[in-house]
Every structure is written in structure tokens, then in C-alpha cells.
Write a protein of this length. Sequence first.
Length: 736
Amino acid sequence: MLFSRCGIHSLFKSSLLAALGAGFANGVLATGPIPTSLKGVPVPEVPGLLTGPSPIVVDLEKALVLGKALFWDRNVGSDGMACASCHFHAGADPRVKNQFTPSGPGSTSGFDPGTDGAPRGPNYTLRRSDFPLTQSNSPTVKTELAGFLRESDDVVGSAGTFGGSFKTAPVLKQASDDCVRSPGTVFHVGGTGTRRVVDRNAPSVINAVFNYRNFWDGRASNVFNGSSPWGERDADAGVWVQLFKGKVYKLRMRLTNSALASQAVAPIVNSTEMTCDGRTLANLGRKLIWRRPLENQRVHPTDSVLGPYSRSTNENLQAGLNTYYMFLVQQAFNPIFWSSRERGPFGAPKPATGNDVPLPYNQLEANFGMFFGVALQLYQSTLVSDDSPFDRSRRDDEGVPVDLSASQIRGFEQFREGHCNRCHLGPLLTSAALETNARLVKEDPLAFGDQTQILSVTRNVVTRTAVFKGAGIIDTGFAATGVGQDDWDPGLAGKDAFGNPLSLADQYLRYLTGDRAAVLDSAVRGVRPCDLQVPIALNMVATHSEFFTLADGIQPQSQNTGGCFSLAGAFLPTPAAAAAELANPATRKMLAVTDSAFKIPTLRNVELTGPYMHNGSMATLEEVVEFYARGGNFQGRSKQFGTVFPQAELQLDATARADLVNFMKSLTDDRVRYERAPFDHPELTIPHGHVGDHRQILRTNALGSSLGDDESLVLPAVGAAGRAEPFQPFEAFLAP
């Protein structure tokens, strides 16, 4: 029944069952991949960063100091937003006031009503009764049968900046940039402006170094180009390098396994997240280089990275470090990136007024985006949580963690039987850790499949899978689960800044037609057809609606076939056959199944990283498990029915659901829970809504009389030993 409703006849069914591992035999779900410990797993190597004849970073200690300071420093934002302002609680954001935004990117809809019938607008305080945002009439009954109590395309995101139009950034003392600010069209209460809210939930930065790409839609490239998130797609990207006889040249940079660096440079020039519109990375460099890091934030003397540079003692906490950003950059990075004394080749700020003639940038300012991205990546590479009860547990001969509670062990088995492990696999519990999983599968094959359910785990950046609209190509590490309607947020099916598809899947389909110019990310050229989970072509005579065959025109793959997942799949269509099929509006062979697909998050520390899903629509792990028990909310075009489907045991057995939640709680590292090193941090003041509520703002801001005054949360500086009180889950912060 599972397959017949999709019109998949016997040959496709047998191929798909083989790809899934024939795990539905005798009515018993397959167990498949075994989640494994993260202990001892290295972060992906970045060639040329720390090694080689002329490495980019020449002093790792200074680079870590620079990265941690920049991540937590409120001066980085135009109006007090630090990178950490949205990633301060187990790497995520548990704020509950002024966190709503209407729908996903590009939405023109308004806010949906709250449980009191009034619209949930800016400065609203989240309540427990708001969740889940889309609520089934019966939480564990198949959605088509139960129907909805309510549907909402609102998003619980993260409050950021007031926005505005950038003029200048002060180089000393003043923290906020000089911007022309006014209330936005959406984010205001009665005409008084509020901080804007990002249109997706902020995922945790802990363990994010293992992601092949970052952001929910993957727009932070695995390749860091030194000046933007777009990797090889950005033709204008580059860094200024001093080479022969002091001459400077703008050269392309290509740092692989650097999605964190690509991600880091996006929010600091985003007018919703951290800055005023029009501020550049070089503007930020000029603002910061002659400042003390964290000049207005206290730093604990035992901070695991910043302690030796802190101006504090145990008896007297002081703000700032005993150095300047300029010196840290010069000490950390190769002089070829900052030592030129020229001004002129690197451009200049835009005039703040008609009579203003700004001083041109120097090389250090012009390359500040590269310094920023690399330093943040190196710091965040230390944020690896590999000491949870799950990691510490001994394993029996079958890989089951025996030192967990009885409930957690049952939940571990439920996790496997319910196909959670098809997406949340490997030591990071996500297929988005592509490089790490591909390396580890050779050392521990059972971690990625057994005799009943075998997954293709390779360096292929795309794979082929079965969804409701057919079988198609999707980026590895992404999935459509039916959290929202397809038209609420396109996710991976969206566009980049240049109008190209975000997905690598679209590129691969064009590549098969022979359109080499369509390949923007070079990793697409390395995809081996024999490593696709479901083949795209089979060496058979008969025609088939889902596969290319000899009747269409096929050819052997050009790459070697050593270690192939499926030798039967070592074929691809001829360019002519692929082009003809791609032009067919009814094709079932050349599909990109990326509609409303999002990056699969890690489950590590998930107990503490709510709200959940890309839209922040669920408050608790119990709600997440109920979502999967009923088979999701919506039957979108690219929903993967082999992983998200109604599950009778979870629907009928509350104990099974509780066991699954308890297993996920075994993935919490107490160092994260208590902010012990490396998860300690300097002091941080975080905007948390405005004085008043969503009906009226009661006080105006010093930045402008048309803006609401901030309320704030204050995180005290924490040293390496952590703090006494543990982090609480998101639900604990919600109003009743």
C-alpha cells in the first residue's frame, strides 16, 4: 500500500526496496544505521588554512581569541546585536518576546491570530498555548483523518536589528552605527518601530562545523571565497593579497569545508539580522580595528580562550581584552593579507554626506570579511559536544549503548525502527555532515546501514530518492517533511542572490544535459551515479517511467566504479536523452525534489535547542515526536514518504513516544547544559522585546524617538568551570 498509492509499479518498487534495504519484509520495519559516539571524530580538514608553505592563519591561538571575541561582541552589530545574540543558549535562541514574523521568505501575508483571537504581531510574548503553531485536532492521528484545529504560516524566528539605511560606522567609543532609522512596514506597534525578526528559526552553532553547508536552505557554501556566503557562485568575490615587490592583487580564494566561514559573513551585512542596510564588511573592519575586543562587556579571568587576555580578576570583573582587534588580526593571519601600506586599490566608503570625502580603505579593512569568517569558523570548530551520556556509554556487540536507562535504550531502538536514522545518521545524527559521514563509513559501515537497510553514504553532494511527485534528485543532507505548505517557504527550492537555484540538485540535472555552464558548484561534477540511493539509469531494454534505459539512451558513468553503492546504477542518460526529458513537463525521470526541503539538523543537545523545525513551530520534543507519529502536517510535492509516514506504534503507545524523547535527551552534553569550557563566554546583553506589549510600546529608544526601547536579557560572564544553574528547555520560558 505504501508504494501503490504513488503509482510505482513493480520494477521501480523492487529498486526502491533494494535502496531502502527491503526493510518492510514481514511487516517489520528495518533497523538500519546505528547512531554512534562523536568522541574522537575530527572536524573536517581545511587544506591551506593552517598548513602548507604559506598558510592563511599563522597563529591559531590568536585566531581563536579573535574569533571568540568577534562572535560575542555587540559592537559587531549596527545596534547592539552580536552573532551570539541569536545563539547564546546551547548555541540556539530561546527568547520568547518579539520573536514572531509572518510566514517565510518573501511573504506578504500578515500575522495569524493567537489563541485569544487577536493577531500575534511584533512585540508579542509567546505562550505555551501558541504551540504547535499548526495544530492537529488529534496530535497522533494521521493528519488527513484528524484535520487541523488551526493552521499557521507564522514563524518563530529571532529578533535582530532595527534596520535602517547605513551612513557611517564610528571608529571609537560609540557602539551603534550612524544610520537613518524609521519604523518598518511590518515590524512596528502603533507606528513605533520594533526590531525586525528573521524569517527562520536560529539553529544551534554547536557542532555546526560538521555541516557540509549551513543555513536551513544551504546558501552558506562549503567553499569560502573570502568575502561572501556564495562560494564559487560569486564572480566578484576575492581577497587582496600582497605578492611581488609589494604589489597587491585581488585573487580568488577557495577554502573547502568552510561553510561556517561562509555563514559567518552573511548576518553581519544583513539588515534584518545585525546591521543597517548598505554597510559593508570593510565598513565593519574600519569600525572595529582600533577598538578593544568586547570593550563594553565583562570577560571572566578563567575564560577558556579569552582568560589570558582579560583585564579582570576573580574579585573584579572588567570589560574588554588587553589588546586591540588590529593586533589580533596581524598576529593571527599571514602578512600577505594585511601588510600593504597602500590606500586606493581597495575602494572607499560611500560619502555619508554630500561634502564628505571618505578615507580609502587599507588592505586590512578590505579583507576584514575574510578575517572575520575564518576566525569565527576556527572558534566555532572548538564547539564540539562529544561528552553526552550517549557518547560515554559502553556498547554491546550490536552497537546498543548499554549504560543508558532502560527507557533510553528502548528509545534508541524506536529511533531506528521508526526510520529516524535514515536522516539523523552517523555521529552527528544528520546526513548534512557529508564529509564526516563519508569518511567514517569506511571505518564503521554498520553505523550507516545493516543487512536490512543500507544507505548510500558517500561524498555525493546530491542523491536520488522517492517522494510523492516521483523519484528525483535532492541535495544530500536535506529533506522535505511536510512541516508547512510548499508555498509557505521554498527552502532549498529558492534562489540565490544571483537568481540561480539554491539547490545543487537543479545544477546536476542541467549537468546531465551537457550544460556545463549551469554548474556553479564544482562538487556537482564529481557526483557518481552509482552512489545515488535510487538509480537514475538502468542497463535494461524495456522503457520505464522512473528510470532511463537503453530505449532512451544511456551511457556508463565516466568515473571509476570502485566501492560503488550499486553497480547496477553506474549509468546515466546521454545528454540528448536528459535534455529531452528535462523539457518534458510531465517528466518523472528528471525531477528536482527540493520543494520546501530544509537542512537536516543535528539532534545533539536537542533537549535545549527549541523551538523546533525551520519555522520554530514546535515547543517541545513531545510535539516533534507526535508530528512524526502522525506522518507530518502536509503532503507536499517533495515529501519523502519513506521517512515521514504514520507510525502505528508511536500513535498508539505513549510509552514508546516517551522513550524516544528520553533517548534524545541522552544526547545532551552537560558541558553545554552548564556552559563549561569550551562553551563558556563573556558577558552579553541581548535585546528581548520592547517595553510594553504587542498592543502598545510604552517607551522610546535612544536611537530614535520612533523606535521602541529595548528590554534586555543579561548573560553574566562565565569562566571555564561553567555556572551552577543548568540551562532549561525552551518550554520553561513560555508564558502560561
